[in-house]
Design a protein around this ligand. Structure first.
Ligand code: 13P
Ligand code: SF4
Length: 378
């Protein structure tokens, strides 16, 4: 069994279910529920105690029934807690994988178990489906850092340069962009667009740290914005040194939304799926994932025998999504995500340009031993 070691003084284990959440909805741990979902318990045994299971099981059962009734699918991001990710997620993965699923999935309803920009992306790609976000407050500090008007000003300042926009943005921002990217393909997209436009400089917004990490991986010059992920910006090179001191031999994997010196002191860097892929392929004895906390629980469940050091930085937005809010969203068909048609069509063009790039065999990683390139921050 994977052993999870907590690290850090303010580590709180995410508990997204309130006591009596099932009873408050008229749901109980009946014989029917036991028969239908008890066999799933093993999937979450490292996260949900046997005493807690009678609270989780009726909601899992209720959600499965509602999914069938509504012809709905749940797209679950890697940062969801294991009860959501492993028990009710129909498609699971990183931002790029979820966007690809949203574009092709056959269903009437998509429930986005992720944050608002992901739900908007699903709606942009699947306008005829009903897209639900279980909690409208599930935002993102990167998406909140920039508006479509800001992008117009950047374009006016740098005429003739292509705009590559991270998917962690609103539809308005995507609508002003030439192509989107995710942490899985950012370097690939930047190099593709520079070649297609015959330029040696591109605008890559809004994550300054992602842009710095991309700049260290390409000869293309980068102009960026001052957005930050409030979760990943908290990691520091000093944290990495402290983790290595406390856990000799630990392999350090970092997400490229972390500051560049964190990547430079890590052993490997990439998107959430690249990090999961690394653990699966290499089976390190002991590993730390410098990314959102729940991701370690999900990767640990799939890699028994690997020891995880858990730096508990939770994304408060992702953690607004729970079995309760997913159940309520499906029951009441709330909160429906809409994007006005003119914006949607323009934003879709930018996302389609990214989805048209060749799929890589495996998630791309970031070289971590490169000199930092100078870049312009608007
Ligand atoms: P990826 O899953 O694309 O690596 O993104 C991480 C993230 O922070 C999403 O909010
Ligand atoms: Fe946004 Fe960071 Fe949360 Fe991802 S982890 S949703 S980038 S705030």
């Amino acid at each position: 069994m994977a052993r999870v070691i907590e690290f850090g003084s303010n580590c709180e284990v995410p508990r997204t279910l309130r006591p009596s959440a099932a009873a408050a909805r008229g749901l109980a741990y009946t014989e029917e529920v036991r028969r239908a979902v008890d066999h799933l318990y093993d999937e979450v045994k490292d996260f949900v105690t046997p005493m807690e299971w009678p609270e989780f099981a009726p909601l899992v059962h209720g959600i499965c029934k509602l999914k069938a009734e509504r012809n709905a699918v749940v797209l679950a991001h890697n940062y969801m807690t294991p009860d959501i990710f492993r028990l009710i997620g129909d498609f699971r993965g990183d931002s790029l994988q979820l966007a690809r699923e949203a574009a092709s999935v056959e269903a009437d309803v998509i429930v986005q178990a992720g944050v608002h920009f992901m739900a908007e992306t699903s709606k942009i790609l699947s306008p005829n489906k009903t897209v639900l976000i279980p909690d409208t407050r599930a935002g993102c500090s990167l998406a909140a850092s920039i508006t479509g008007e800001d992008v117009k000003l950047i374009k006016a300042k740098y005429p003739g340069l292509p705009v590559v926009t991270y998917v962690n943005t609103t539809a308005d921002v995507k609508a002003e962009s030439d192509i989107t990217c995710t942490s899985s393909n950012a370097v690939q997209v930047v190099e593709h667009v520079a070649k297609a436009w015959n330029v040696d400089k591109v605008i890559l917004i809004p994550d300054e740290y992602l842009a710095r990490n991309v700049a260290a991986n390409t000869k293309i010059k980068i102009v960026t914005w001052h957005g930050r992920c409030e979760v990943h910006e908290q990691f520091s090179a000093a944290d990495v040194a402290a983790i290595r001191d406390a856990h000799p031999g630990v392999i350090v994997l970092a997400h490229p939304e972390c500051p560049p010196d964190v990547l430079q002191s890590a052993d490997f860097a990439g998107s959430t799926s690249a990090l999961a892929h690394y653990v699966k392929e290499r089976s390190p004895n002991k590993v730390v994932l410098l990314t959102e906390c729940s991701m370690s629980d999900n990767v640990a469940a799939e890699n028994p025998g690997v020891e995880f050091v858990k730096p508990c930085n939770l994304c408060p937005h992702m953690k607004r999504i729970s079995l309760e809010t997913i159940y309520d969203a499906l029951l009441e068909m709330k909160h429906v995500v809409e994007v006005d048609e003119a914006t949607r069509v323009r934003a879709k063009r930018a996302i389609d340009a990214m989805l048209a790039l060749p799929k890589t065999k495996q998630p791309l990683d970031f070289a971590i031993d490169r000199e930092l390139a100078v870049l312009e921050v608007v």
